[in-house]
Design a protein around this ligand. Structure first.
Ligand code: SAM
Length: 259
């Protein structure tokens, strides 16, 4: 199991300024090889220290670090990414709005790097994921293995040609032309279940919603853009961080309301 190594930030009181300043920012390292000493900015963490969990440890130069076992989300943040992946803020809303759980069966397309597929698989019973590109599917396969997920099936399949199986509790779409698969989704979803479409651009959203209006089995519940604004809180400097995630995509939540 990989480890997370933390070096906490260091502050010192500067007499001339009459206040504390940060002389070292907090740092986080992800360690996968526990069988050799770990080199960190000209210093070393001895191999035997890497076996510890939730403890303070010392580097060879006597600096203090904290070490603990990585969890799913630490490993998830390290997976390989090829095409653009859905950020965590948007995944969170999908989970909460659709109410999927450990009994749910989900279809996700396109797979891309498998980021959404993997995150969903951490919460539900089964995820089937389609993509048309071999290179994306092989990255996704590697990521599924890295995260040790046993409930994911990756398929090379063009979703515009149809969906195998029925009674899905959720379908997530992150494909360039989602309006082409609305009828397939209406057929494959359970009544009461959700379809969530991730559109990057407004024309994509516009075309999807226009086509959706023609399918009486599906109801457009809402279109959402979620803005995440991170804040720094250092002493009396409490303000939004200068750099935060700007636009990622629009989420359209759709519900199957008729058989
Ligand atoms: C932006 S990526 C998806 C990223 C993914 N949601 C993630 O979190 O990693 C879009 C993917 O859709 C795939 N794709 C495009 N058209 C498709 C189609 N008709 N059927 C299945 N996959 C398709 C592309 O090959 C690409 O991998």
């Amino acid at each position: 199991m990989p480890k997370i190594l933390i070096q906490k930030k260091k502050k010192e009181f500067v007499e001339e300024l009459k206040r504390e300043i940060i002389i070292r920012k907090s740092k986080k390292y992800y360690i996968t090889n526990l069988n050799q000493d770990y080199s960190v900015s000209g210093d070393t963490i001895p191999k035997k220290e890497l076996k510890k969990n939730g403890e303070k440890i010392k580097s060879s130069h006597g600096k203090e670090f904290i070490i603990f076992d990585s969890t799913f989300v630490d490993d998830y943040k390290k997976i390989k990414r090829m095409p653009q992946t859905i950020p965590l803020k948007d995944v969170g809303l999908i989970l909460a709005e659709t109410g999927i759980n450990k009994n749910s069966k989900v279809l996700d397309s396109g797979t891309g790097s498998g980021a959404l597929t993997c995150m969903l698989a951490n919460f539900v019973k089964e995820v089937i994921s389609y993509d048309i590109r071999d290179d994306h599917l092989s990255v996704a396969e590697e990521n599924v293995k890295t995260l040790n997920l046993k409930n994911v099936t990756l398929k090379k399949r063009d979703i515009t040609e149809g969906i195998e199986g029925e009674e899905f509790d959720l379908i997530t779409l992150d494909v360039p032309e989602p309006w082409k698969v609305i009828t397939h989704c209406a057929k494959a979803l359970k009544v009461g279940a959700f379809l969530v479409c991730y559109s990057i651009t407004t024309p994509q959203l516009q075309d999807f919603v226009a086509e959706l209006a023609k399918e009486e089995r599906l109801l457009c519940v809402k279109n959402v853009e979620l803005i995440e604004r991170e804040w720094s809180a250092e002493g009396r400097i409490v303000k939004p961080k200068t750099i935060s995630i700007g636009h990622s995509g629009f989420l359209t939540f759709v519900r199957k309301i008729l058989k």
